[in-house]
Write a protein that binds this ligand. Sequence first.
Ligand code: F0G
Length: 458
Amino acid sequence: MNGPVEPFKIKMVEHVKIPSEKRRKEAIRNAGFNTFLLYSDDVFIDLLTDSGTTAMSDNQWAGMMLGDEAYAGSKSFYNFEKAIQDVLGYKYVVPTHQGRGAEHLMYGHLTNPGQIVPRNMYFTTSKAHVELAGGTMLDVIIDDAHDPENENPFKGNLDFKKLQNLIDKYGPEKIAFVNVELNVNMSGGQPVSMKNLRELKEFCDKYKLKIIFDATRSSENAYFIREREKGYENTPIIDILREMMSYSDGCIYSAKKDCLVNMGGFLATHNKDIFEYTRGMVVLFEGLHTYGGMAGRDMEAVARGLREGAEYEYLKYRINQVRYLGELLMKAGVSIVKPIGSHGVFIDALKFLPHLPRDQWPAQTLSAAIYEDSAVRTMERGAVSKGRDKETGENIFPKLELVRLTIPRRVYTNTHMEYTAESIIRLYKKRDSITGLKMVFEPKHLRFFQARFEQLSL
Ligand code: F0G
């Protein structure tokens, strides 16, 4: 059998087509070699992101029809709240339109100007919201995470020495809170172990530091704990999730990933003060505290999706489909981040295009080349995403310069994975002929979304 067997059958299809070579060439140039600026109509297989791109189940669609659109006290909100309480174990829930709405409220509340937020590894919007509140986000992930070849099964773990150094340097009062991303997106979808979370809790209790999770891909992290950590082999995913969350004060959550929906988010907490404050603020920025920017039907879909997304058989298929694509590339000699992560395959662009200097944006270049070859849309996750140093204004060139092939949940078949792999392998064979890019337009905030590039000649 090629690839994992899908634990579902398909009830509705959406037609997609491969644009001609001429159209692909034109489209990527019109988009300034930035895959974010392509029209989705020009895309055959869209691996830009796993965010909001899920196919919902019949059960979720049925829930959509039952959505209660009351402005206040919607029944759908209470189903949403109950699902979060049941699956994650938090008592208090504040809905937001998506993850960054929750980051705005949570990080804005907990960060004072001049404070530091240590996090295993930054995520773009998370870092931006801490900075908006006047803080600085600093990575304290283990060194292994920066090495794509390192096979540590828990490459998302925090390094306590690095955390201690920050506390010694700035003093505990300057640390706003400790932020932990569960399944670290920017390092390749790498999990955090339960042991690391448990030890972090003990560590932070000593200094009375709050722990806030970015729980966006926590169900996938829980799957890896079950697969790789001794003692959890037979533990239900929900029990693993509840134990994970018990080590935090609260979390932010982009429901557009593990909750298997197209829109939504929330923050949740065990802490009454955080709840009271953020519940007060949500009405200013998002909507009333019983909808927070979501329609009733969307909350209903999240409630059902959070439960479905925590089912073991679903997660097993999900993780193995990503692994299938990664293994096809590895077999052909393409360097990818190892171990293969949960939500995508990350190609090491520095190894793929070693002839390009960093300021010719190897990952951006490769992402554009893949589109031009096969109309598969991927995303740069390297120096363009990282941005500039806040103090010096210089470009930061992180160790990881990656192209992310992010797999939407329950959307593409294993044959789509094979088509994608074939395109990348074809490019790999003629990689010497790929030329770099020059950035010709650079927006101030989150530049990767709208930056434009021109192709350099040989
Ligand atoms: N935290 C993490 C770890 C994320 O991956 C994202 C979004 C967010 C927060 C923000 O959530 O988009 O709902 O506002 N990640 C998407 C991605 C955009 O493509 O990785 P949002």
